[in-house]
Design a protein around this ligand. Structure first.
Ligand code: AMP
Ligand code: ZN
Length: 112
C-alpha cells in the first residue's frame, strides 16, 4: 500500500511521535489531538478498516485493545479515557488504515 500514510509511519518513512512499538503494532500521538492525550494504535500490516478484518486478525485486534488502557495509564489518564474506531466514509474514517483512537484528559471531550 504505497500511498498509505500510516504504512509509511509504520515503515519509518514518515516521522511520528511514537509511544509504543512491538512486532505487530505501533502507537503514536495524533497530529491533531482533540484531547490533552490522543494517541492512535495501528497494526503494522495494512488493513484498511475494521470491516476488512478477517478471522486471523482477531488476536491482532485483541492486542490493540489490550494496549489501550496501558497507554492511557502511561499518559496519566488515571480517571479513564475514550476509545474510538471510525469505520468507512459513513463512519467518519479519513485515514484508511485501521486505527484505534485513545484519548482523554483536559476539558471533557465528546466525539462520536
Ligand atoms: P479517522 O477520522 O478515524 O480516520 O482519523 C484519522 C486521524 O489520523 C485524525 O485524527 C488525524 O489527525 C490523524 N492523522 C492524520 N495524519 C497523521 C499523521 N501523519 N500523524 C499522526 N496522526 C495523523
Ligand atoms: Zn496502510
Amino acid at each position: 500500500m504505497n500511498d498509505c500514510i500510516f504504512c509509511k509511519i509504520a515503515a519509518g518513512q514518515l516521522p511520528s511521535g511514537k509511544v509504543y512499538e512491538d512486532d505487530e503494532v505501533l502507537a503514536f500521538h495524533d497530529i491533531h489531538p482533540f484531547a490533552r492525550v490522543h494517541v492512535l494504535i495501528i497494526p503494522k500490516m495494512h488493513i484498511a478498516t475494521l470491516s476488512d478484518c478477517l478471522p486471523e486478525h482477531q488476536a491482532l485486534l485483541g492486542r490493540m485493545l489490550w494496549l489501550a488502557p496501558r497507554l492511557a495509564r502511561e499518559h496519566g489518564l488515571d480517571a479513564g479515557f475514550k476509545t474510538l474506531i471510525n469505520t468507512g466514509r459513513g463512519g467518519g474514517q479519513e485515514v484508511f488504515h485501521l486505527h484505534v483512537h485513545v484519548f482523554g484528559g483536559g476539558d471533557p471531550v465528546r466525539k462520536s
